[in-house]
Design a protein around this ligand. Structure first.
Ligand code: ZN
Ligand code: ZN
Length: 413
């Protein structure tokens, strides 16, 4: 080996070591000080990018991508790609990053498994959902250019990023979808256009021949239905406001009063409402069942499966049928902490009064409060009686336990 190749080998070895040890700063200065082509591989055919993905280190991955690392390089002995390794690491954000750099979703390893399948195999549900909900930006950009005889595009270009984000959301609970619609800049002011584009995307997806993705088509349908419902709320709201202004004109008063309730919030309140004691939100249930029934592709597997599940005896809630159809079944759900408002995972904040329900954040708690307050008072009263009897027992261990639980359950912002 010439001294030059030897020093290159040495440098490569050091890069692998830094990555394996997650030494971000050291790696950064190493890359800054040396000019090196970053797509070299180790004795197993693994590139630096693949090592970083395996470690699940997004910062290092970004650094290597900035250096021009090839996201689809595949010299690994078992044909794993960077996305396979990221899927195994369990870091969903990392998977997203790789896909935004063009990582192939359908690449299979030597045993014929895609990255999503590998993630499912090791129980990384978030990665499975993130990969399955990903769509290339080009699918949206198609609509920001005028097609055929159109003089203007269907989608104003400044909405492309927001719509992309809206479509790729993983949590498809209708409350969360409505909240995301509100949070993606510009969408709420352009609901008719958004709905139209989603319907066209549904149609386009079902006519891709062998590449047709029924699940994605159903998701477009589902999102377009929610957009359409929020649009109805918006129109109702506007009509009411116009009526009010008319009355005010007639009685000759001119108050600048805006309605305080926005359409998204009206929709969310309707979705959460349950009037019976069985805890089933009846409007939400009926609405989602209708959304499923209105999917126009009745021959599709996804449609037939959902309808069959919902028609069975003692069917699950429609929201879980829809979520399972889009994101697949969850293996184990006993350890999950689900937000009672929007169905988000890892909702760690509990109601500080009753500790019986959990939320993502204060916004979810606020939206649920009008429904929860009665139940909260009841549960809280029962808790107080329970803890009083504990005090009467005067058992120090019990009290210590209770205090520990109290502290653990505090609603920390
Ligand atoms: Zn929530
Ligand atoms: Zn409570």
């Amino acid at each position: 080996m010439t001294p030059a190749t030897e020093s290159v080998k040495q440098l490569e070895k050091e890069i692998f070591t830094r990555i394996t040890k997650n030494e971000v700063a050291e790696l950064k200065s190493l890359l800054a000080a040396n000019k090196i082509k970053i797509d070299f591989v180790d004795e197993n055919g693994m590139s630096p990018l693949q090592h970083a993905c395996y470690k699940g280190n997004k910062e290092i991955v970004q650094m290597l991508l900035d250096q021009g690392a090839d996201v689809n390089l595949c010299q690994h002995e078992h044909a794993y790609t960077a996305l396979h390794f990221a899927a195994l690491s369990g870091n969903a954000e990392l998977c997203h990053l790789l896909m935004s750099y063009g990582a192939k979703l359908t690449a299979t390893n030597s045993v014929g498994r895609t990255p999503a399948q590998m993630a499912a195999f090791v129980g990384n549900h978030n990665c499975v959902a993130t990969i399955n909900n990903y769509i290339p930006k080009a699918d949206i950009d198609y609509y920001i250019k005028p097609q055929g005889l159109q003089t203007e595009p269907l989608l104003p270009p400044h909405l492309a990023d927001s719509l992309h984000k809206f479509i790729m959301q993983v949590n498809v609970h209708p409350v969360r979808v409505a909240m995301t619609l509100q949070r993606c800049t510009g969408l709420l002011d352009n609901l008719p256009k958004i709905q139209k584009v989603l319907e066209l995307m549904r149609q386009r997806e079902m006519t891709r021949g062998a590449d047709t993705n029924e699940i994605m088509a159903f998701k477009y349908h589902y999102l377009s239905c929610i957009v359409s419902e929020v649009l109805k709320c918006q129109k109702r709201q506007e009509a009411r406001r116009a009526e009010k202004i008319e009355i005010e004109k007639q009685v000759n008063i001119n108050k600048e009063e805006k309605s305080k309730t926005d359409p998204v919030e009206l929709f969310i309140r309707a979705l959460l409402k349950c009037s019976k004691s069985d805890g089933i939100p009846e409007y939400q249930e009926a609405y989602l069942r209708e959304v499923v029934r209105e999917f126009p592709f009745r021959e599709s597997t996804i449609f037939r499966q959902m309808v069959a599940t919902l028609a069975g005896t003692d069917p699950p809630l429609a929201v879980s049928v829809v979520a399972a159809a889009i994101n697949g079944q969850r293996g184990f759900s006993d350890n999950l902490q689900i937000c009672v408002t929007c169905g988000e995972d890892k909702a760690t904040k509990k109601c500080s009064k009753c500790k019986a329900v959990q939320y993502c954040d204060r916004e979810c708690q606020r939206l649920h409060w009008s429904l929860h307050k009665k139940e909260c008072a009841r549960v809280n009263a029962a808790n107080v009686i329970g803890s009083n009897s504990k005090v009467a027992d005067n058992d120090k261990a019990d009290i210590a336990d209770a205090v520990r639980n109290e502290i653990g359950n505090l609603f920390i912002k």
